[in-house]
Design a protein around this ligand. Sequence first.
Ligand code: SPV
Ligand code: MG
Length: 292
Amino acid sequence: MTSQKSKILRKLIAEKQLLVGVGAGDALGAKLIERVGFDFVWSSSLGVSASYGLPDASLISMKQYLEAARSMNEVIDIPVIADCDTGYGNANNVIYAVKLFEEAGIAGISIEDKKFPKDNSLLASGRQELAPLEEFVGKIMAAKDAQISKDFVVIARVEALIAGWGEEEALSRAHCYVEAGADCILIHSKSKAPDEIVGFVRSWDGQAPLVLVPTTYPQLTEEEIKDLGKVKIVIYANQPMRAGIKAQELLLEEIKKAGGIHTIEAMMVPVSHVFELQGVPEMKDKEKKYIY
Ligand code: SPV
Ligand code: MG
């Protein structure tokens, strides 16, 4: 089990031009993503911390992120890539995180080169402090040495563009992380136009494929990303969560306004759909077989 999902992820990386994954904060969200046919689930630190109603600022513990990713992985067949923030501390914390996430069957992790505790990358007022280069290189080396299966994927996430250090710094850091053993480079940008990321991709001549998270530059389509070459993975990190919040807020306001639940049926799925998502039909089949 442990190595199966990372094997599946490696096979997808080898065979597909572009892997498309979507972010989830819990297992139900992961199931929805799998059913539509995406390649993998991104266990999002924004999504998981939001599920606790808390900021994405290294507040909840590594074990809470681990349990969220594990619960997603347990109910889907596609791989989970876990967003492990900064690795929860120094290289010692990274080593422990790799052990636990890999044992939980998570196919790969992403760690980012910011200082712990981090702030969410898209937060306008966020503290976007980069870790010293050597410190993060040590974390990548530690992660690669700690993994048991050769297939486990370690993504190094470069936050230099987010922190305003520019393309040159981002490129040179990315090269160092590949040298340290990173399997992929996630280059993050909060620019409202794709130009910054397109510039980086065009300049990239490193050995590892790139990962993009186009939250703030949604104009960039998968076809355009494919045409750029060099990008192997795209992550839609938070769109289902944001849609869910909007739908729930509208529904709650309508209940309050209408003074009852008599006007909202068309805004919801039937309860039978919830049962189906929970795997009740499969459970009932097993009951027929095993419960007398
Ligand atoms: C996440 O989904 O938690 C991410 C992407 O890390 S971002 O929110 O853009 O930092
Ligand atoms: Mg995150």
